[in-house]
Design a protein. Sequence first.
Length: 340
Amino acid sequence: MTETESTPIYPLDRLRRVADAAARAANAHNTQPWDLRYRPDHVEVGWRAEYALGPSDPSHRDLRLSLGTYIESLLLCAAEAGMALRFEPDYDATAARVGRIVPGQWLEPSTRSVADVEARRVWRGAWTPQQVPPAVIGRSLKTAEESGFRVAVVPTDAARPLLVRAYHWFFGHAGIARELLAWARLSPRHPDYQRDGLNDVMLVLNKAEAAAMRMFFAPVVYRALRPLGLVRLLTTLSSSATSGDGVVMVILGKGNDPASEVEAGRLVTRLWLDLFRDGIYVHPQSHVIDCPDTVGDLTRVCGARDGERPLVFFRVGYPATDPSARPRHPRRERAGTTSA
Ligand SMILES: Cc1cc2nc3c(=O)[nH]c(=O)nc-3n(C[C@H](O)[C@H](O)[C@H](O)COP(=O)(O)O)c2cc1C
């Protein structure tokens, strides 16, 4: 069946507009892995294997989180466009599916808006010393609890040694370095610069730094320099990602159910949009969870109990320069849509 022969839950053009707006959702490496499959009475949400990361996301946790951020953004954009939809989880790895969007009841009115979905962006630059107010932290804890998760709040000071170790592991991993280069668009001349991936502006690189990254991550140079201190150098160059005061929030979940990682991704969008409305920015840093040498310590630092494990790690705070001066991440045209 083709899209045009089906009778979708809402007119396709309206659904597509909402799907396009939701493609502003945060997602690992900006691969935009989501795939919407339009069926007669629902829209299946899945992923495209070519947009799933490999060594940088060994358990595909970030993939499922990114699908969750997208689903939550989509539901929010749909509600604002007058469409009452809900997500029905139905995880199936073989079918590359996490569930379906079906007609639903009206969502509770929320302060989260499409304008926030459009404007939200990651912050990878320097931070001011200003502290996140306790009331904002309290609200985040409550939002997490209402979603069936717990947020641990860790001072950046306590997280820094783990972050530095994790960066060292990250930059020393040849597969991760290869994948980072594959998704980096270090010059506007890159053919996919306007499409996806991590561009020089998003990575807060000036021209010289972008050229250095292109050189250092080229496989021959990387192999030659890795034993000669390249990893330490790259870790030092990432110091803005590990320095400063403030706090880190860690979403903790129980068990290993992949579907709960999708739900945690939905929570990421809720937390992130709420923080964004307060002028607070976020920098997720997944490698602290993926690095075998830091995940145990992180679990302890978070005071995890009863089988809780860290699912998402993100630094929160106030950017030292104006993030809105930076363009939003590029999106693919008609991102991730296949006919049924
Ligand atoms: C699950 C998840 C994991 C992420 N991990 C990292 C990370 O480890 N380091 C990082 O700099 N950004 C990370 N990000 C941020 C994404 O790279 C960013 O959302 C994406 O490039 C789109 O940019 P935007 O958020 O500014 O729209 C992550 C985002 C998500 C949703």
